[in-house]
Ligand binder design. Structure first.
Ligand code: AMP
Length: 400
């Protein structure tokens, strides 16, 4: 049974066709510049040469049409008929409080996603465009939506209500939602699988460290707390996002710099802050590590602030869960940067988290980084959000 996974941005579309029998990727690709000049698809069918298809794509529907043509192409395609696609899984950023798990797409579900646009004005509309395009082109194929927020809906109220007047939660649903849920779910399940333990008996802290970074406390397979909040701006300092700061800094800077609009504030907090803002060099951790090695003090400072943030959240979440059995690193930085992993774990020896310098010299593959036989295990697990979406899709379709 093949599942097509679709992840739409405002001008992009990522896709993967996965054969669920062996969970193998048959084809995958990326469409860029939808609705802009220079639209193109980079398409890879497993075992065949990559092709780049350059053609105007005025909207997501046209992009998807060309993606389906690519998947069906005699020379570089992966299947011979659309009937071989059993279901489609869509990633949507924000499910608000309406979705605690993936859902079969119906008109009511689409309405609920639309209602939550207010919480994700840039992302949910793009996801909806992908859903509409698939409905037009493959009306009889069942579709499932998987939300980035759903995994975190198990948090208790004391971890998602903000200490501001309660009426704002009631009026506007201002609360912690958390993001990267599909990734936190995948790596926590995979950690239990690798360790051959029942996830119900494990306290796991998952660190998704990439361009956007978040940490989650996963107790017995359920998320009880996470670092991102109402939006993906809260929590760790990130590539260009500030993460946690004193909220009073915002009116202070507005007064000093004569800033009057929320758009300008959003711009500086989301695009000019984080490790880019601190270092003045780059948002990319490879550049920062190179600069720090060459003696750049602000690059060192940015890396230290980031690693301090990771350490604080790990310790706080271990305390919230009462203990920690597994610490997982994933995503671009978590999977690749031995520097960040080692520095973040400094001080966590007090919780029994002892990273081994040699075992930590690993990049982009599943590995155990701790040697101790008793006490918690530190791991790297490359995330696989597409596979998690495909599994969830299959699950929902099979249990309709
Ligand atoms: P992601 O958002 O998960 O794709 O992560 C992207 C980020 O991972 C990049 O911006 C880099 O900061 C980081 N990254 C990727 N490769 C490495 C590496 N070898 N060493 C350090 N950081 C890396």
């Amino acid at each position: 049974m093949n599942i097509l996974v679709i992840n739409c941005g405002s001008s992009s579309l990522k896709y993967q066709l996965i054969d669920m029998k062996e969970e193998t990727v048959l084809a995958k690709g990326l469409v860029e510049r939808i609705g802009i000049e220079g639209s193109r698809i980079k398409h890879d069918t497993t075992g065949k040469e990559r092709v780049t298809i350059e053609e105007p794509m005025k909207d997501h529907k046209r992009a998807l049409e060309l993606v389906l043509n690519a998947i069906l192409d005699k020379n570089y395609g992966a299947i011979s008929s659309l009937d071989e696609i059993a279901a489609i899984g869509h990633r949507i950023l924000h499910g608000g409080e309406d979705f605690v798990q993936p859902a079969l797409i119906t008109n009511e579900v689409i309405e609920a996603i639309r209602k939550n646009i207010v919480l994700a004005p840039l992302h949910n509309p793009a996801g909806l465009m992908g859903i509409e395009a698939c409905r037009d082109l493959m009306p009889d194929t069942p579709m499932v939506v998987v939300f980035d927020t759903a995994f975190h809906q198990t948090m208790p109220a004391e971890n998602y209500i903000y200490p501001i007047p309660y009426e704002y939660y009631e009026k506007y649903k201002i609360r912690r939602y958390g993001f990267h849920g599909t990734s936190h779910k995948y790596v926590s399940l995979r950690a239990a699988e690798i360790l051959n333990k029942d996830i119900k008996n494990l306290n796991i802290v998952t660190c998704h460290l990439g361009n956007g970074s978040s940490i989650a406390a996963v107790k017995g397979g359920k998320c009880i707390d996470t670092s991102m909040g109402l939006t993906p701006l809260e929590g760790l300092p990130m590539g260009t996002r500030s993460g946690d700061i004193d909220p009073a800094i915002i009116p202070f800077i507005m007064d000093k710099e004569g800033i009057t609009t929320s758009a300008e504030i959003n711009d500086f907090l989301n695009k000019k802050s984080g490790v880019l803002g601190i270092s003045g060099i780059s948002s990319d951790f490879r550049d920062l590590e190179d600069a720090a090695e060459a003696g750049n003090e602000r690059a060192k400072l940015a890396l230290n602030i980031f690693c301090n943030g990771v350490r604080k959240y790990v310790a706080a979440y271990a305390a919230q869960m009462g203990s920690i059995d597994v610490l997982v690193f994933t995503a671009g930085i978590g999977e690749n940067s031995s520097y960040v992993r080692e520095r973040s774990c400094k001080g966590l020896e007090c919780l029994g988290l002892i990273i081994d310098h040699e075992l930590n010299d690993v990049r982009g593959k599943e590995a155990i980084l701790s040697k101790n036989i008793v006490g918690p295990t530190i791991m790297v697990i490359p995330t696989n959000e597409e596979l998690m979406i495909a599994r969830d899709t299959l699950d929902i379709v099979n249990n309709r």
